[in-house]
Design a protein around this ligand. Structure first.
Ligand code: ADP
Ligand code: GN1
Ligand code: MG
Length: 350
């Protein structure tokens, strides 16, 4: 990292800078100074984000929009300028770095500790959609084209199977067959959209529980973070990705798939929080599409993990060689459990 932080306007002298958090994409560091003032330093993944300037333009415009609503540094992600007054840094090697104010007195969870934590995260993401409801969706760049286009994700998986770049095809035969048998229905949301029945909104598109900050004392929402994929999208996908990650009774990378299931109490409480916060804005078709969002976000994420395994782990950060394969197994097990609980899932949004 070569003291890249010294090129930002810091308050205090740096004491330490170490890897931080459990995000799968960017390189994230916690920077501590003697003030004491905490910062989050991030190097953007340029494997994932091909047009970082456009991404940063989205991020600046979205956070400015939130700040104009009177939100302070604990309630909106805040960039710290470079010493020459720029909002982010491109180093000599062309790497993109940004520095955020650390959201103080906060909690960032990988798993809800109580159902109320999950309810509060639903409020945070619902509120985020409200705060951006008057933002011109068409003016945002698509930072990752076809990000939540599930049929296109299946095409990418099929290319990965054909190319077999990692030579791992034989070790994933069962998972490939399993995912291909689930392909019908993958286009449900995209079809509704193309038929003009589902509106595009400004959505977050990566609504994992660890992308929201809660107040460490009241455990109520502070702000939503990880804004790299804020783009036009479907409300169902924001709802769905939260369910995929937070309402699973097991971790995303649990090796024992028997531990994987959809927690209906967590699902129901998230639906309650989300609908209480932004339900009024949703059309009937959108509201009824929320369970489909949960199913398709889970299926799609599994397809992406499997494709990345076949491509040789170039996209998601992995800790061991089978990590993406393990992740794709949990996702398909979760889809199967959602199919078993489908009527109850529908009931919660009816
Ligand atoms: P990734 O895209 O890799 O998931 P994130 O932007 O989500 O990267 O950051 C990774 C983790 O770093 C988050 O889950 C959170 O724990 C922590 N983090 C990021 N930004 C902040 C911030 N401004 N304040 C406190 N923690 C943060
Ligand atoms: C990534 O960046 P992070 O860890 O919050 C990914 C999401 C996946 C998720 C799976 C930009 O999220 O789309 O759902 O991993 N983000 C990007 O855990 O691809
Ligand atoms: Mg993240």
């Amino acid at each position: 990292m070569h003291c890249v932080y010294s090129q930002f306007k810091l308050e205090g002298n740096p004491l330490s800078c170490a890897r931080y958090g459990s995000g799968h994409i960017n390189q994230t560091y916690l920077l501590v100074t003697d003030q004491p003032h905490l910062y989050i330093l991030q190097r953007l993944s340029q494997t994932v984000f091909k047009e970082p300037d456009k991404l940063m333009s989205n991020l600046i415009r979205v956070t400015d929009h939130l700040r104009r609503q009177g939100l302070d540094e604990r309630h909106v992600l805040t960039l710290v300028e470079t010493v020459d007054g720029k909002p982010y840094l491109v180093d000599d090697e062309g790497a993109y770095w940004r520095l955020y104010e650390f959201v103080t007195r906060s909690l960032c969870l990988d798993k809800p500790e109580t159902p109320d934590d999950f309810y509060q995260s639903a409020k945070a993401f619902g509120q985020f959609q409200n705060q951006l409801s008057d933002f011109d969706a068409g003016s945002l760049y698509e930072t990752i084209p076809h990000f939540h286009d599930t049929p296109e994700r299946y095409n990418q998986l099929k290319r990965a199977i054909e190319e077999n770049r990692s030579g791992r095809l034989d070790s994933a035969k069962a998972e490939i067959d399993h995912y291909l048998s689930f392909e019908s229905g993958a286009g449900e949301l995209m079809n509704l959209y193309r038929e003009g029945k589902l509106p595009l909104r400004v959505t977050h598109n990566d609504t994992k529980l660890n992308n929201v900050m809660l107040d460490s004392v009241t455990r109520t929402p502070l702000c939503v973070i990880d804004l790299d994929t804020v783009m036009p999208g479907f409300a169902a996908n924001d709802f769905g990705d939260s369910i995929r990650f937070g309402a699973n009774t097991a971790a995303e990378d649990e090796k024992d798939v028997n531990k994987v299931s959809l927690s209906l109490p967590l699902y129901n409480i998230y639906a309650k929080g989300f609908l209480e916060t932004c339900g009024d804005r949703l059309t009937d078709v959108e509201r009824m599409s929320l369970p489909t969002g949960a199913r398709l976000m889970t299926l799609e994420c599994g397809v992406r993990f499997l494709a990345d395994y076949l491509n040789g782990d170039t996209y998601f950060r992995t800790a061991y060689p089978e990590h993406n394969l393990v992740r794709c197994r949990t996702q398909i097990a979760l889809v199967e459990d959602m199919d078993r609980k489908w009527n109850e899932m529908l009931k919660a949004v009816q």
